[in-house]
Design a protein around this ligand. Sequence first.
Ligand SMILES: *Cc1c(COP(=O)(O)O)cnc(C)c1O
Length: 563
Amino acid sequence: MKALEPFLYHTTVAYFSMEIALRPDIHTYSGGLGVLAGDTARSAADLNLPMVFVTLLSREGYVRQELSAGGAQIDKPNPWTPTDSTHPLPAMVAISMEGRSVWIQPRLYRLACPIGHAVPVLLLDTDLDQNAAEDRKITDRLYGGDDAYRLKQDIVLGIGGLLALRALGFSIRTYHLNEGHAALLALQLLRETRRPTDDLAPGGSLYDRGVVREKCVFTTHTPVEAGFDKFDYALIDRVLGDYLEVDELKQLAGQDRLNMTQLALNLSGYVNGVARRHAETTRKMFPGYQIRSITNGVHAHTWTHRALAELHVARFPHWAHEPELLAFADQLADEDVWNAHQVAKSELVEHVRNATGTLMHADVPLIGLARRMTAYKRPDLLFSDLERLMTIAQDQPFQVVLAGLAHPRDEPGHRLIESFHRHIERLAGVVPVAFLPGYDMKLGAAMVSGSDIWLNTPLPPLEASGTSGMKAALNGVLNFSVLDGWWIEGWVEGVTGWAIEGHPPGAGDASALLDKLQSVVLPLYYNDRARWIWMMKQSISKIGATFNSQRMMRRYATEAYMR
Ligand SMILES: *Cc1c(COP(=O)(O)O)cnc(C)c1O
């Protein structure tokens, strides 16, 4: 308990997320949502915000990606060792599921920032002697298992997390629900407002939604329907019993199935999307709700390559704490910026050679693309016309580095990864292409700093924000992207990067990509290096100064938490 004491009395905001990327060796994340939660926590520590973070322990991690000889993803568990970096807290809470008591114990990870502040992260664990064998597994596999398994994880996170905070002695004023996974927390708060029936005025409600809305902030992170957790009411009944009147539940969470996003929308007094376009899309999906927008940001100190960071430190010792100062990065000397970039690029080229045997060169433009391998992200758009790609490369050589995981149950995602293997063979000798297995924070950092061009081709408007392009920009890597998510706000054509604008939008994107690559992007790299470096500096200064998680957290603090 001693380790927790400094935090107990002043902490007023609890941030809930199913995943959080704390360090590369702690496998409690799958992708963008977790990396964002990690950057949020890192900035909260920098800014000394009174916050605690709550997530699951995920002992077996998400997916360790291996590739078969034919280039198919093989899904392996990705365990980590909680005893190396966390310790158990002397508090246990129980929730009744399927008629059994499921005990939950929080473990503490202390996330410290370079200038000395820290925030506590609670990782909830059900692998305890008190629990039945199947319940011990609930906090094993991030996003694993069937609907019942996922529901139990959501219960442990939302309800278990709330009870654990109280058992530890926190007095929380604001609960920040990230994505629908934690929405059952709001339901538990609602249940606690139940009035005795004899107090009830005719037609009055048993519960006080206003009290709950006062306490809850909800951030939705995707406009993709399939990304919303939904559960059959029969399953809820089987697992939670008569937790809340089913009529009340259906009013809050949908008539057919319990939709966690809708539940969170109805019980949160502040709701936001993660970029301006995403908030607009969400308003169309859920008419009648007030949905604000706070555009995501990334943690500048975490994602800036050390060679470039050294240049910032020399000018502004406090740049990491105050990334607004990056606005002045356009004053850096061209040669310094270029040399720092070439250090990062040489490291990536070396990594590619070690991991795949493919030879790349630090003086040839390198296109990087790393994202979750799923259909709407269209990670294969670059390869839609291989003949033309080779024709372009014959005049203006370039090379491509790819990475990304597919969710174990995403069949089309698995096929995308296999298709890269065929493209790589077809392009061999003309366009060097490498797929690096095991996309994680560390590989991500190497790619967003060592590429020259960062490619992103989702199908609009389905990319809520995207954050890898912000990391790339911080490193002087130029974004070349479809206009969606954050890029609509960060894009200045020919200054911070380039837009891919198909005619018609969507369908024409593949040829628009190749046209601009051939006639604008590659010629600039080969023929006007001074202008290229000028764009690198524009990208670092304009995007680094605004799309950082310090700015994001100041906005959450003043607009959502201090409402
Ligand atoms: C930044 C990051 C993401 C999110 O990037 P997107 O642009 O949103 O796809 C996902 N995974 C890892 C490992 C990252 O570092």
